[in-house]
Design a protein around this ligand. Structure first.
Ligand SMILES: [Zn+2]
Length: 365
């Protein structure tokens, strides 16, 4: 399909969550969205159904597997699996691989990178992160802010083997200086946090987002809400806590029990965050131990937690794109969209089976 070919998307084009944001049709010309039928259009292909902007996976890792960085052909397969699921915009939440080459591939999802994870020495999964001490945090954050696409990823807590439990990785002052440095460089900061005890310091230090956030408690929720700190719960990943807990039981019983408690209250945590007005976004954590392409499953989990379906949908569509500073289906935007046979607003399970995926104006065959 050449760039000159025209695509006619017809049915219900969902430009936003409200009924007055639905159009009967849009056109795709030169890879971009147009609301007007192009004059003299030849070679028109029609796609019919309910169209959403390309889905967002706000916590995904391309170029990574359970053991560390992977070769380019494996990273490509990961990106293609995401594409097939309708994920056309990824916020990569940390990767030791250089995946810049993907930016030159119009057939692969767009990626917003957070550089490589920054962790405390021996306090994260092997081969993933820069492992450093607090006195070097500002320098590493600056380095990753320059390498990434507007985000930096910290590992905020992890098991402390001496303690036998999860514990915070960064002293407050180090986090504060590092986050200020990222902001000075125009980058936002997010952190992996499973437990409770790192959250207050990170939020008061100015963090923009927290991944997983299973340790959000009633006393912390107003603080997040007041500061507008977003969370990406990755419930499809939290589902693996009982298995992790079972595996670590013998050596780290306190840690295991802690994971189980966090897992048990995961839906209540997400629902309470949502109810308090904390922005919640869809992320799958694909690429560590989890498979790619699980975006529909994560939306379903958010609904199960008690988030209304339309807001859960927005957390992977309109709201997520706005949060990441990327367009939806505005006129002139790159034509990245997913078309379904039924209305995903009525039942989010529809997301599991896209009829058509259109990326940069091209139908994915
Ligand atoms: Zn992750």
């Amino acid at each position: 399909m050449s760039d000159q070919a025209v695509l006619h998307v017809t049915g219900r084009v969902l430009l936003g969550p409200r009924e007055d944001q639905v159009r009967d049709e849009v056109w795709v010309v030169g890879g971009r969205v147009s609301y007007d039928r192009p004059a003299g259009a030849r070679d028109v292909r029609t796609v019919r159904g309910w169209a959403l902007p390309g889905l967002v996976d706000a916590h995904c890792h391309v170029g990574l597997d359970a053991h560390g960085p992977v070769p380019a052909d494996v990273a490509e397969k990961q990106a293609l699996t995401d594409r097939e699921a309708g994920t056309l915009l990824i916020r990569d939440a940390g990767s030791p691989s250089d995946t810049r080459w993907i930016d030159d591939r119009a057939d692969l999802p767009k990626i917003i990178r957070a550089g490589r994870h920054i962790a405390r020495t021996r306090r994260y999964i092997r081969n993933y992160a820069w492992e450093i001490e607090p006195e070097d945090l500002v320098a590493y954050v600056a380095q990753e802010a320059r390498r990434g696409d507007g985000w930096v990823k910290l590992v905020g807590d992890w098991i402390d083997r001496g303690l036998g439990d999860l514990s915070a990785c960064w002293p407050r002052e180090a986090a504060e200086a590092a986050i200020a440095e990222a902001h000075r460089l125009g980058a936002r900061v997010t952190a992996h946090c499973f437990a409770e005890d790192s959250l207050r310091d990170l939020v008061e230090a100015g963090i923009d987002c927290v991944e997983h956030a299973t340790g959000l408690t009633e006393d912390l929720i107003p603080l997040f809400a007041e500061r507008g700190v977003a969370i990406v719960p990755t419930l499809v990943n939290i589902a693996t806590f009982p298995a992790l807990a079972a595996g670590g039981e013998a050596k780290f019983p306190r840690w295991s029990a802690h994971l189980r408690r966090l897992h048990e209250r995961r839906y209540d945590t997400v629902r309470a965050a949502y109810d308090a007005g904390i922005p919640v976004y869809v992320g799958t954590d694909a690429g560590g131990s989890l498979a790619h392409g699980l975006v529909a499953g994560e939306v379903a989990e958010l609904v199960k937690a008690g988030i209304p379906p339309l807001d859960a949908l927005s957390a992977t569509a309109w709201a997520a794109r706005e949060w990441l500073g990327r367009p939806g289906l505005e006129e002139g935007a790159p034509a990245d969209l997913v078309v379904y046979e039924e209305d995903p607003r009525a039942d989010v399970r529809v997301l599991a089976g896209p009829r058509r995926v259109v990326l940069n104006g091209r139908i994915v065959e």
